[in-house]
Design a protein around this ligand. Structure first.
Ligand SMILES: Nc1ncnc2c1ncn2[C@@H]1O[C@H](COP(=O)(O)OP(=O)(O)O)[C@@H](O)[C@H]1O
Ligand code: SF4
Ligand SMILES: [Mg+2]
Length: 323
């Protein structure tokens, strides 16, 4: 199937000063297709943000790509000259709203300066007024109040700050938006407004596809087309939203989804923590299936051999139970 972006056997490790590696992304093959919202979910520390940073080519040392490819339209983005990536890919083909981006806005600058910087990076000749006009037109189109451009970040509510960050990050009409936990730390109504904005960006054809990273599982039901579940640096299951939420096959997906119908966030988080144990230390992940120390269904083979990918209908599951 056609894809906009694909990682193939991608391995990205943080190399520490003592020479050890944190194997945060350890062999991930994942495609992002046109007109979809690909949800990426899993407990904290499983490598979601690391994957997002490599997919958006915003990774920096100590994170290094050890192996694998990130391709778009048949080109390997990891070997593309830096200048070409800056001019053609970042912000134009792929834009990322990193985790915590709304709190990273410069507190001493009005929001409009973010738009000016973003546009001038790509169009150095652009005048400030022109940049502000372009940002204002987009803000109008998406129904945000124009005043936000004149505000300082602290003058905006969390939800408004996040929506503004998203709008300004997509001013150059990238095909792909990678949104890393854009709803965390927001109340339910602000979460809804962020989801509505993301859907409006798709509907208005400003962007073509979204990779939406979250540990707020109920939101996936509202927005995702497909879902990838990540555990300890690897994918464990990839399928349609309905398959993953209502008929999970992998024991980890099953455990995650069993927490989902609980409305209160803190209870959900407690339940996730109650999947006995915690994700492993990625300096020395367990042999075999990385979930085996916590898995209630493990088989003898699980602690020695890594489960291969198994296609089950249209989905992919990495579990010995499926072999
Ligand atoms: N800058 C860093 N240096 C070293 N290790 C890091 C760094 N950032 C993240 N890690 C480690 O990489 C692993 C994956 O982290 P991350 O990608 O942030 O997971 P997630 O987004 O799923 O919570 C974790 O073990 C985390 O501690
Ligand atoms: S491979 Fe084995 S340990 Fe891993 S999830 Fe499947 S049954 Fe559990
Ligand atoms: Mg993260």
């Amino acid at each position: 199937m056609k894809n906009l972006l694909k990682t193939q056997d991608l391995k990205a490790y943080y190399r520490l000063v003592d020479g050890t590696d944190i194997r945060a992304v350890d062999g991930v093959t994942l495609d992002l297709r046109p007109n979809e919202v690909l949800g990426i979910a899993g407990e904290s520390g499983c490598g979601k943000s690391t994957l997002a940073s490599v997919m958006s080519l915003t990774h920096n040392p100590p994170l290094r790509v050890i192996d694998g490819d990130v391709t778009a339209n048949g080109s390997n983005l990891l070997t593309m000259p830096t200048e070409q990536v800056r001019q053609k890919i970042k912000g134009r083909y792929i834009s990322i709203v990193p985790q915590g981006a709304m709190n990273a806005l410069n507190p001493t600058q009005r929001v409009r300066n973010f738009a000016i910087d973003m546009l001038r990076e790509h169009f150095p000749e652009m005048k400030k007024d022109e940049a502000i006009d372009l940002a204002a037109a987009r803000i109008d189109e998406l129904g945000l109040p124009r005043r936000v451009l004149n505000n300082y970040p602290h003058e905006l509510s969390g939800g408004m700050k996040q929506r503004t960050t998203i709008v300004l990050s997509t001013l150059l009409d990238p095909k792909i938006l990678i949104a890393d936990e854009p709803t965390s730390a927001l109340d339910v109504s602000s979460q809804k407004s962020v989801i509505s904005l993301l859907l409006a960006l798709l509907k208005d054809e400003i962007i073509t596809s979204i990779a939406f990273i979250t540990h707020e599982l109920p939101l996936l039901r509202q927005i995702a087309t497909r879902i990838a579940i990540m555990y300890a640096g690897k994918l464990v299951e990839l399928g349609t939203m309905e398959e993953i939420i209502f008929e999970p096959l992998h024991p980890y997906t099953e455990a995650l989804m069993s927490t989902m119908l609980v409305p209160e966030r803190h209870v959900r988080e407690q339940r996730i923590q109650s999947i006995a144990g915690v994700p492993p230390d990625l300096k020395a992940p367990p042999k075999g299936c990385r979930f085996h120390p916590r898995c209630p269904k493990r088989l003898p083979v699980c602690s020695t051999e890594e489960p291969p990918a198994k296609e089950v209908g249209d989905r992919t599951v990495w579990c010995w139970l499926m072999q």
